[in-house]
Design a protein around this ligand. Structure first.
Ligand code: SF4
Length: 426
């Protein structure tokens, strides 16, 4: 099960932060949600969910108005006959893929995305993609992964999607290169690209790429720098293909971004004065922009419910750069390999929790009376009705929040609910 704590790496951290591990009822999205941002990132890819009407509703409601813009995702709905085993679901799937590829010649990569129903009836999507590749490759590449709620939580859908691409990445042999792993908004990707150029680091590849047909190469010379903290399986598969992980805090806030860029600069033996010079203008701009929100947030208490695995890096940003007090930092899953550098930056005494028992956590939250609660949509309005200010965590995945130029925007996402509350209070 995807939610079990990772046991592949030593279960030890250097800090004295105890971790509360909980199992119980959860309030989280399934991995299908990842399609909403992944289809925007890879502009020649199509995501075909093989699932039920529930899955179609979920993707449509998460995508909101995007469904009117000829989106590059859809659901092949398993009917009752498929579920009862009366129809050959494989034949039907082939027929739907035929129709889709005929109607949409712009598709270069087609992802067949598994769901709870397709898993329960044991529809083998790996075999289906093999079969379809024989017919459509090289014009269209067909890949598959699972976004089901049984196997994946929210952002783990991106991990599963990227993981499905790793085996088909071209070999780079020993060419030294930097691979940024995790989807970033195009504007952020361009900013980072410019900074890497200024620093003299390269070649730099972004994974996922903007076009799924332009896959980055991987090999012994590849150094991995993670832009997102939820890519456990992808990272391990890339390491298995010879790449080396550069452990680092994540590029959220000024401090996180500097540490992240410094990790790459050190690996490329860039001297400190060149580094300082390259980042100084961005850092100064970001400091001025952030100050305004820091004043709103400093001294306020934050409680983070588990949702996206972004919670620990965000909590680090909120406490160290915005002066917030952390009441509890919940996260669905902690992978030491990916999170060690971040956990070490949390203030001593931070209450960390992994997994969820939602009722117990709600009780702790009510008792602590935080100034702001970061949680999913299912909890936000009920908590608002109880008088608490909330921040919807889904926005943190959909908005550009990485890098220097977004540090103030990130703080603003947390300051906004407090500001709204202040304005509405008479
Ligand atoms: S994949 Fe599972 S959890 Fe996700 S929408 Fe479909 S049925 Fe629900």
């Amino acid at each position: 099960m995807a939610l079990e704590p990772c046991t592949e790496v030593p279960n030890q951290i250097k800090t004295d932060i105890p971790i509360l591990k909980e199992r119980g009822q959860r309030e989280v999205f399934c991995g299908l949600t990842g399609i909403v941002w992944l289809h925007r990132k890879m502009q020649d890819a199509f995501f075909l969910v093989v699932g039920s009407r529930t899955c179609a509703h979920l993707v449509q409601s998460a995508a909101g108005v995007m469904i009117f813009a000829e989106p590059r995702f859809g659901t092949a709905i398993l009917g009752e006959r498929d579920l009862a085993g009366l129809a050959d679901a494989n034949e039907e799937l082939d027929r739907i893929v035929d129709q889709l590829l005929e109607r949409r010649p712009d598709i270069g990569t087609l992802f067949l995305v598994g769901s709870c129903p397709s898993e329960v009836i044991k529809l083998d999507l790996a075999k289906a993609s093999e079969r379809l590749n024989q017919r459509f490759f090289p014009k269209v590449r067909i890949l598959n992964y699972s976004g089901s709620g049984i196997e994946t939580t929210f952002t783990q859908g991106e991990d599963a999607c990227l993981g499905s691409m790793v085996p088909v990445l071209p070999n780079s042999y020993d060419e030294p290169s930097l691979m940024i792993v995790g989807s970033l908004a195009d504007v952020v990707e361009d900013q980072f690209q410019r900074l890497f150029e200024k620093l003299g680091i390269g070649p730099v590849y972004f994974f996922p790429p903007r076009r799924a047909s332009k896959l980055p190469p991987v090999g012994k010379g590849t150094k991995l720098l993670l832009a997102q903290p939820f890519l456990s399986d992808t990272v391990r598969s890339l390491i298995a293909r010879g790449a080396t992980l550069l452990p680092s805090p994540y590029p959220f806030g000024i401090e996180g971004t500097t540490a992240w860029l410094k990790t790459a600069a050190d690996a490329w033996h860039i001297d400190s004065s060149q580094f300082e010079q390259a980042i100084a203008p961005s850092v100064n701009r970001a400091k001025i922009a952030l100050e305004r929100y820091r004043q709103t947030l400093a001294g306020r208490k934050a409680f983070l419910f588990p949702d996206s695995q972004l919670e620990i890096p965000l909590a680090r940003f909120l406490s160290r750069e915005c002066g917030m007090e952390l009441v509890e930092v919940g996260t669905p899953y902690i992978d030491r390999l990916l999170m060690e550098s971040e956990i070490n930056l949390l203030p001593v005494g931070t209450a960390l929790s992994e997994g969820q028992d939602v009722e117990k956590q709600l009780d702790r939250c009510r008792q602590a009376k935080p100034d702001i609660t970061v949680c999913g949509l299912g909890l936000a309005n009920p908590l608002e009705a109880e008088g608490m200010a909330t921040k919807w965590s889904i926005e943190l995945v959909f908005s550009p929040i990485h890098g220097y130029d977004q540090a103030a925007d990130l703080a603003e996402l947390f300051a906004r609910p407090l500001e709204r509350r202040r304005r509405l209070t008479v």
